[in-house]
Design a protein around this ligand. Structure first.
Ligand SMILES: NC(=O)c1ccc[n+]([C@@H]2O[C@H](COP(=O)([O-])OP(=O)(O)OC[C@H]3O[C@@H](n4cnc5c(N)ncnc54)[C@H](OP(=O)(O)O)[C@@H]3O)[C@@H](O)[C@H]2O)c1
Length: 343
């Protein structure tokens, strides 16, 4: 390791009960870990910020709960700085879960090698978990067809903007739901959404109806709660609801808002609501990466990223993400690659 001899880290200091605050995190400086027994020393280049980071604090999800006192968990793009123990070449770029720290010693088996195509940051956005979630959720769970109406929530966010663009490319009519008129203008003017609705508007239900005159065939649900309740009522017979996430509920303490009388509606409209986790499709990620990078290279799919600088920005960047401050994939650039691949 050249340069720094210390490892800046952010711990989850206190468990949040309700709204997450920057003060729930604490910065510490530790020695750089020494890789042992098959471990590889990785240096964090980009740290992904995800609503799921907050869900992981709530309790057990598809992974263990994050406990107070632990280094905050997070997906990263990292550079191998000492791979001898794990038989990996130094300088290799990997996707891993190094967490909110500059260095991590991780088992070689937990690293996914990245063949860098274009900007490295794209491997956290359109060519990373975000793009994989949008692609498999829309095509495998949503089974979108040309001419159908697709509604997507958190539409200006990381996953939502890719879902909307892919649905448009697939020949669907796309309506985005977000919490801001400014975001909706970007979706319509720059990303080709056919219509948008602001769920914070008093006229939300009316606007949703006006934007979907032929009903909704696919609803890609990133938020659950009241937006799900509203869109469900507009679903067409044989419609599909892609249950991707429930960001409106990750900070809720009481009984979360949600759709009433769901089973009846599902029966009478023959709806299919299906959840998925992006890793269910892990064996097919290469296929999606090839397809998505082709669309990016052709200029048909725009990459929208929201990059903050420096590990110190991570707490504020996550808190702000949960308030809806982002447009596109939010991440923190922690360091530049010594190989010069990070851009
Ligand atoms: N199933 C999987 O494998 C998988 C994988 C990745 C992500 N996900 C899920 O996908 C969803 C989107 O994740 P992302 O990484 O793309 O994040 P993101 O959309 O970039 O960021 C979250 C967005 O949620 C919106 N939001 C926040 N509070 C809300 C509320 N109370 N009601 C409605 N919208 C709210 C905000 O935008 P507004 O301005 O519109 O409010 C914010 O920008 C999350 O639910 C996440 O957990 C699932």
């Amino acid at each position: 390791v050249t340069g720094a001899l210390t490892n800046a880290q952010f711990l989850l200091d206190r468990h949040p009960d309700g709204t997450l605050l920057e003060s729930h995190f604490r910065k510490v400086v530790s020695p750089i870990p020494i890789p042992r027994g098959g471990q590889v020393l990785c240096r964090t280049l980009f740290l992904s910020l995800d609503p799921a980071n907050r869900a992981w604090m709530q309790g057990r999800t598809y992974r263990d709960q994050i406990r107070a006192g632990e280094v905050m968990s997070g997906f990263t793009l990292s550079e191998v700085v000492d791979g001898r123990q794990g038989g990996i070449s130094s300088g290799m770029i990997v996707a891993c879960e190094a967490g909110w720290q500059e260095y991590a010693a991780l088992p070689a088996s937990d690293l996914r090698k990245i063949e860098v195509r274009g900007a490295l940051s794209h491997h956290l956005s359109v060519l990373g978990i975000t793009g994989m979630t949008a692609y498999f959720g829309l095509f495998e769970i949503g089974r979108v067809c040309p001419g159908e109406t697709v509604v997507v929530s958190a539409a200006a966010g990381a996953t939502g903007n890719v879902v909307g663009q892919l649905a448009r490319i697939a020949g669907a009519r796309v309506v985005g739901v977000s919490g801001s008129d400014d975001k909706n203008r970007i979706l319509e003017d720059e990303l080709g959404f056919h219509g948008t609705v602001n769920y914070r508007s008093e006229r939300f239900l009316e606007q949703l109806k006006d934007c979907c005159p032929d009903g909704v065939d696919v609803y890609f649900d990133n938020v659950a709660g009241e937006v799900l309740a509203a869109v469900l009522l507009r679903m067409n017979t044989y419609g599909r609801v892609v249950c991707c996430g429930a960001v409106s509920q990750y900070e809720s303490t009481g009984r979360p808002a949600g759709p009433p009388a769901v089973p009846g509606l599902i029966v009478t409209r023959r709806l299919r609501m299906e959840g998925f986790i992006v890793t269910d499709f892990r064996q097919r990620w290469e296929e999606a990466i090839a397809r998505l990078s082709g669309l990016v290279d052709d200029g048909r799919l725009r990459v929208i990223e929201d990059i903050w600088d420096g590990l110190d920005a991570a707490p504020a960047a996550l808190v702000d993400l949960l308030r809806g401050g982002n447009v596109g994939k939010r991440m923190v650039r922690v360091a530049d690659s010594t190989e010069g691949t990070a851009s």
